[in-house]
Design a protein around this ligand. Structure first.
Ligand code: AMP
Length: 209
């Protein structure tokens, strides 16, 4: 089973992806994380993508498809994947059709003011790449590995506003593209509240958990 997560920045896609990985054995793939990992290793694809990422705009299609397919073609992805942050445009959705079959799309709805608030409070671990809310961690330190958490450059206010505009204009129309296999949920509430209808929906289909 292959699933797409749609939702604006800060809507909790990464958190849902981690829960789905745990409960259903699917492999979470975030194109943003793949780019950041490549940047950290000074990889060619990452360094080319970085100039777009810093501005909060989309990385060109050819680079994004390259980094995605190199991950999807790894053997563990045979189990099924959860795509977080891909596709982000109609062109990407059409290109994806030629790579894998998408069974379901989960759309997380969250008002922009709440997205901005959450993103501004987000810090990430430079080692594990996991995101945390600044209010939920002690001493701005990663609970898993003890690294000092950092704020992503594109999580600063000006970049977040641009990213949300890009989301509304280019990504939100995908809700229609996937209307025949869509689950709509609210991103408001605790991570457990948000995940509950997703787990119920997929469990009913007979997914493993
Ligand atoms: P994210 O971590 O998903 O918020 O992504 C961070 C940044 O990586 C985005 O603002 C884009 O610049 C770039 N990016 C991630 N995924 C994609 C994608 N599917 N298409 C184009 N750019 C992407």
């Amino acid at each position: 089973m292959n699933i797409i997560l749609l939702g604006p920045q800060g809507s909790g896609k990464g958190t849902i992806a981690r829960s789905l990985a745990k409960d259903f054995g699917l492999i979470p793939i975030s194109t943003g994380d793949l780019f950041r990992e490549s940047i950290a290793k000074k990889g060619k694809l990452g360094l080319e993508a970085q100039k777009y990422m810093n501005k909060g705009v989309l990385v060109p299609l050819d680079l994004t498809i390259k980094i995605l397919t190199s991950r999807i073609n790894q053997p563990d992805c045979q189990k099924g994947v959860i795509l977080d942050g891909f596709p982000r445009s109609l062109d990407q959705a059409k290109a994806l059709e030629k790579i894998i079959k998408i069974d379901y799309c989960i759309n997380i709805d969250l008002p922009h003011e709440e997205c901005i608030r959450r993103v501004l409070e987000r810090r990430i671990c430079p080692k594990c790449h996991q995101g945390y809310n600044i209010n939920w961690v002690k001493d701005n330190t990663c609970p898993k590995c003890g690294s000092k958490l950092v704020q992503r450059d594109d999580d600063k206010l000006e970049a977040v506003k641009i990213r949300l505009e890009v989301y509304e204009k280019t990504t939100a129309p995908l809700i229609n593209f996937y209307s025949d296999r869509l689950l709509k949920i609210s991103g408001l509430g605790s991570p457990e509240d948000v995940y509950k209808p997703v787990k119920a929906f997929l469990s009913k289909l007979g997914g493993k958990n």
